[in-house]
Design a protein around this ligand. Structure first.
Ligand code: KG4
Ligand code: ZN
Length: 358
């Protein structure tokens, strides 16, 4: 089955085409025929995403990206997978409308996809030869359930229990800012551009490499609470307060970035480890933009390994929003619930900014 994926939930416009066969547990494999993303640089100076601007950029980017795919591949598409939520609704609608037009033109069905499931699934893939699209392919890792999913992105920070493939139960989530949002806000306070995650991470690495002394101590919010919820907005406030009362010296930003990254890592690690223990999980699947963070990957990976638990996380280039993960999720849904052919159904598709996984 050839599945075209479309992703427009935030500021990245993505189109991907995969050819997949098999199903979970029975030799699923796929090859990547195309995977193109256009990241909207336009938001960098605003310190966040501007929905109306993002929507306009998606409208411009989608046809351009589609043109980059080979016509013979596109002509043989069997289904179109499109993100319907969660995300910014004006942006989601842009992707949905584009999918509807293609569905009509090609006479193929649409499969609605939850963006967060895309982030989970792509971290469950074993990629082979990923360095070159067209020869890259992948299969699902062998996985025992229960498994814990840790979703960390710009809009979400959630812990989920997976008792089986594709079955999700929320066990905790952030009560205020998402982890990525906290990275972005602290970056802004430090005068760094959006998205803040990679910038903070770069400064924090510098502080670690040079073993710079500690400048301040940030809280580890909710680390001792008995639930699996998170709270990250206090970290931003604490950094803000520090900056209001201190004159920054050379390398202070590096020290603050490291302390902030350590605080986020500690909280994510502690809650995840506790969930692993309580539910007897065999693995943790980490997904979302923040999962590109090298420090978080290393610390979580090492600590979980000590407990005999695997950390599954996708290659960093697939951590950010992309349409490959949407095509993959769409394929599994199309297998379970073959979408009705033709173009009648797609008209009922709706964007849902707050779409849940269960
Ligand atoms: O999943 P994603 O691409 O978009 C959403 O669905 O939100 O996540 C974007 C978030 C941004 O907040 C960005 O700052 C963060 O992921 N991010 C990182 C890193 N790379 C991206 N956060 C920490 N460390 C990174 N290396
Ligand atoms: Zn995302």
């Amino acid at each position: 089955m050839k599945v075209l994926g479309i992703e427009t939930s935030a500021d990245d416009t993505g189109i991907a085409l995969i050819e997949a066969q098999g199903s979970f547990g029975s030799d699923f494999r796929f090859s990547i025929l195309a995977n193109v993303v256009s990241s909207q640089k336009i938001h960098a100076s605003y310190g966040g995403i501007f929905p109306a601007l993002a929507k306009r950029e998606h409208a411009k980017n989608l046809p351009k990206l589609l043109q980059q795919l080979s016509t013979s591949d596109v002509d043989a598409t069997d289904a179109i997978a499109v993100t319907v939520g969660p995300g910014l609704e004006p942006c989601l609608w842009q992707g949905i409308t584009f999918a509807q037009e293609l569905s009509k033109r090609w006479g193929v069905p649409i499969v609605p996809v939850n963006h967060m499931e895309g982030h989970i699934l792509i971290s469950m893939i074993d990629f082979v030869n990923q360095s070159s699209v067209n020869q890259a392919y992948g299969r699902l890792v062998d996985l025992n359930f229960p498994t814990i999913a840790l979703l960390v992105s710009g809009g979400h920070t959630e812990l989920l229990l997976m008792r089986a493939f594709g079955k999700y139960e929320y066990i905790g989530r952030t009560r205020d800012d998402a982890a990525g949002e906290a990275f972005d806000k602290v970056a802004r306070l430090l005068g760094l551009p959006y998205p803040g995650g990679p910038e903070i991470s770069r400064l924090a690495d510098c502080a670690r490499r040079n073993a710079l002394p500690r400048l301040m101590t940030l809280p580890r919010p909710m680390v001792t609470s008995s639930d699996y919820d998170f709270s990250f907005s206090g970290l931003k406030t604490a950094v803000e307060r520090y900056l209001q009362s201190h004159e920054l010296q050379s390398l202070d930003r590096e020290k603050i970035a490291r302390e902030f990254e350590d605080a986020v890592t500690d909280v994510l690690l502690f809650k995840t480890l506790r969930a692993v223990e309580e539910y007897g999980a065999h693995a943790v699947v980490m997904g979302g933009g923040v999962s590109a963070n090298r420090h978080i990957r290393r610390v979580l990976g090492e600590r979980l390994q000590e407990q005999g638990v695997r950390l599954l996380v996708c290659p960093p280039e697939y951590s950010a929003d992309n349409a490959l993960m949407i095509a993959l999720a769409g394929y599994f849904h199309a297998l379970k619930n073959p979408p009705v052919g033709g173009c009648a159904e797609p008209a009922n598709l709706k964007a849902n900014g707050k779409l849940k996984l269960c």
